[in-house]
Write a protein that binds this ligand. Structure first.
Ligand code: AMP
Ligand code: MG
Length: 361
């Protein structure tokens, strides 16, 4: 019995090779070879690191779910390198897809359309639609081209954990479970792509991201809506992107978001910190450059300058992961409903907090 269990464990373990990449580096060819043979390779994109497999191979797609511990109804995003590749994965390519691609591809926009019969159900979590994106990262594009197939890739983290924004995060979650990780350094954007569903009468944003509703509706010259289950996560409605219904990004400590006027937020967090200290609990704060000096918590981390939305997005997941290394039991975070990508940032932050928010007025 013991023998069998340890054997199984041994068989499952595989040596993970970490390859630093620059465009044209031979390491990309090695990862492409793994993908062509039906294996998995993690790779950098401009949003977060992806865990890739041949999107046309059902057995390969299945391996992604096993490595991540991902629920099988949560579909994968298919990554392509050329516009023409879209016709390999989609049955119908709406005219609006071309306009959005011209404006935003390669880039952090994923479009949902009807799937082609070549895309197996394993890739789409059983749906008859497929989510497609062309990433804006030279290593990702080169990997797709050299693999010679569209690459199905969700974020390269263990299911439920924050998405990886550096190769070290992928190593922490997937080392021993996948054969190769391409290390392209820290990513540029740091939160996942915007997902827009083009199969409805009115285009629907299923997941907010770097490309905003305003940018999309301006390009299309018509109304674009956001999935109501995403706008009001406590409404009991079921999100249209299956992945949006799962708890995500959560650090091990309890995370509570505190929203309101800056001075009041600082006072509230300090008041809560004092209470926790009296009970012997270690607290942390996700602050900004402007406020970090005003807190009394044990671990205070600045996410960046409040006006620098891009930095806030880029640092969020690393900060959530870093808290897991310490012994902080309760984390308070300021709110970041910034003008442009604030909705995307708050969507991730509130998800990480299990929607636990204190509003101070
Ligand atoms: P990840 O790449 O890990 O961020 O996960 C992909 C996200 O895309 C998940 O939230 C999925 O539910 C969503 N997604 C992928 N394919 C589809 C689809 N065909 N329809 C709706 N959502 C999708
Ligand atoms: Mg993910």
């Amino acid at each position: 019995m013991y023998q069998k269990m340890s054997e199984r464990k041994f068989l499952k373990y595989m040596q993970t090779k970490i390859i630093k990449v620059e465009t044209g580096h031979t390491g990309i060819a090695e990862a492409a070879d793994v993908i062509r043979r039906g294996g998995l390779a993690a790779f950098p994109t401009e949003t977060v690191y992806g865990l890739g497999a041949d999107a046309l191979n059902p057995q390969a797609a299945k391996k992604i779910y096993t490595a991540k511990g991902r629920p099988s109804d949560n579909p994968l995003i298919v990554h392509i390198a050329e516009w023409e590749d879209l016709f390999t994965v989609a049955r119908e390519v709406p005219g609006e897809a071309k306009r959005l691609a011209d404006a935003f591809w390669p880039g952090p926009l994923t479009m949902v359309m009807k799937k082609n019969e070549r895309i197996p159900c394993e890739t789409t979590g059983g749906l008859d639609t497929v989510a497609v994106r062309m990433p804006n990262h030279p290593a990702a594009l080169s990997l797709i081209r050299q693999s010679g197939c569209p690459i199905a890739a969700p974020s390269a983290n263990t299911s439920g954990r924050p998405s990886p924004t550096e190769a070290a995060h992928v190593v922490a979650d997937l080392s021993g479970k996948i054969p190769v990780i391409l290390d392209g350094g820290p990513v540029g954007i740091g939160i996942e792509s915007t997902i827009i569903d083009l199969t409805e009468k009115t285009p629907v944003i299923l997941r907010p991201g770097y490309i905003t509703k305003e940018m999309l509706s301006q390009t299309l010259g018509r109304k674009v809506v956001i999935d109501s289950a995403v706008v009001a996560p406590d409404s009991g409605k079921i999100p249209k992107a299956p992945g949006m219904k799962y708890r995500h990004y959560a650090p091990r400590a309890d995370l509570i978001v505190v929203t309101g006027e800056r001075q009041k937020v600082v006072s509230k967090i300090n008041e809560l910190t004092d209470k926790n200290h009296a009970d012997g609990r270690r607290t942390g704060v996700i602050a900004t450059d402007e406020t970090k000096h005003f807190y009394r918590a044990d671990q205070i981390v600045s996410i960046g300058a409040r006006a620098d939305e891009d930095a806030i997005a880029r640092h969020l997941y690393r900060i959530l992961r870093d808290f897991d290394r310490g012994d902080t039991q309760i984390i308070y975070s300021e709110s970041f409903a910034t003008p442009r990508i604030g909705q995307a940032i708050m969507n991730r932050l509130l998800k990480a907090a299990g929607n636990h928010e204190i509003i101070v007025s």
